[in-house]
Design a binder for this molecule. Sequence first.
Ligand SMILES: *Cc1c(COP(=O)(O)O)cnc(C)c1O
Length: 425
Amino acid sequence: MTRSEQLFEEAKHYMPGGVNSPVRAFGSIGEAPRFIKRAEGAYLWDEDGQRYIDFVGSWGPMLLGHNRPEILESVLDACSRGLSFGACTKAETDLAKQICEMVPSVEMLRMVNSGTEAVMSAVRTARGYTKRDKIIKFTGCYHGHCDAMLVKAGSGSMTHDMPDSAGVPKGCTQDTLLAEYNDSDSVKAHFEREGKQIAAVIIEPVAANMGVVLPEPGFLENLRSLCTRYGSLLIFDEVITGFRLGISGAQGLFGVTPDLTVFGKIIGAGMPVGAYGGKRCIMETVSPAGTVYQAGTLSGNPVAMSAGYAMLTILKNNPEIYDHLNAMGDYFFGQLSKIVKENGYPYRINYTGPLGCLFFTGTDVKDYESAKTSDTQAYAAYCRHMLEHGIYLAPAQFEAIFLSSAHTKAMLDETLEAAQAYFKR
Ligand SMILES: *Cc1c(COP(=O)(O)O)cnc(C)c1O
């Protein structure tokens, strides 16, 4: 037994499935999870002393790699002054201001502790502001685990073939309407039927929880104009895409402006942070300015704020990081595509910049149905091979590959060699 296997056995005794988030259990690739001891740059080391090139990056936050010195220093400095005060700090305004400056559609925002919390609160705000109840979400989009969003939620629920969760009362999802990704007509149909009851449309502007699925030209624009026409709010869940696809996220990349944006992952640089924000007139409905209640004992935690501020400061002062990330994405996904093709596999690669996915299917992947044509057993075998060769990929088909600025060309080449060895056999 490896040390990781021993630790997993013990963990299973004390935590459901041995984990604090389902995908970490490695269930879908039939392996014991690696217990990670430390990380540096693009490397992880497990408890058995094995080193891996990390393509998960804590599921997104580690855009600059692990343990970036500026971020670490900023966090240690904040820690030395106290871990939490439950009172106002300058650090909160620093990060809020930084986000508002980088993402023009965000004029005001509220910090919370996770993406889930941010989505839940953004939805409440949209309902409070519009005085309407219904929300449109897309099949295969994941917006965290709040009750109303756990309908065809992609990601872990897709892998485990449990589209809905037990314990979610019907009442909690009766106002959640489903539409199909990249299908404007499915959204239009809802609006034509009950447009005056729809508070908001929430979407991952690039879906990254059914594998990676890009919006087709015009799709996001159509959502924008439908929302405007019917007086509904457009909410972009940029928990993954925010600050990854560019300095102002997917909305900057595609030039489509949402009313509310949800952030998480990168804005905490690895600390538990989420945020939701948007137009001032909408955000002023949030308490205590307005009547939509939302609070948090540890929200805006000074240590977490200092991590996020250091992260965004690096990105803002070094915008060329995005050119580098995009070039790496083109190289890596381009080469991977070549390898797969040369060896006769009809697989599909979807990517944009440093966010991508290899689907084990011969069908173009543009929505939930086509994503589900992937051969998850084949992905599992590939993933196990890569793990054996020191490459740490997401242990499930419907997750993304996350590149970071700490990945070097040599690391990408090592990864491509391992993939080549696998697909050649
Ligand atoms: C991860 C994720 C969330 C949830 O964030 P947590 O911090 O895990 O609660 C919400 N939306 C998207 C798009 C995500 O990828």
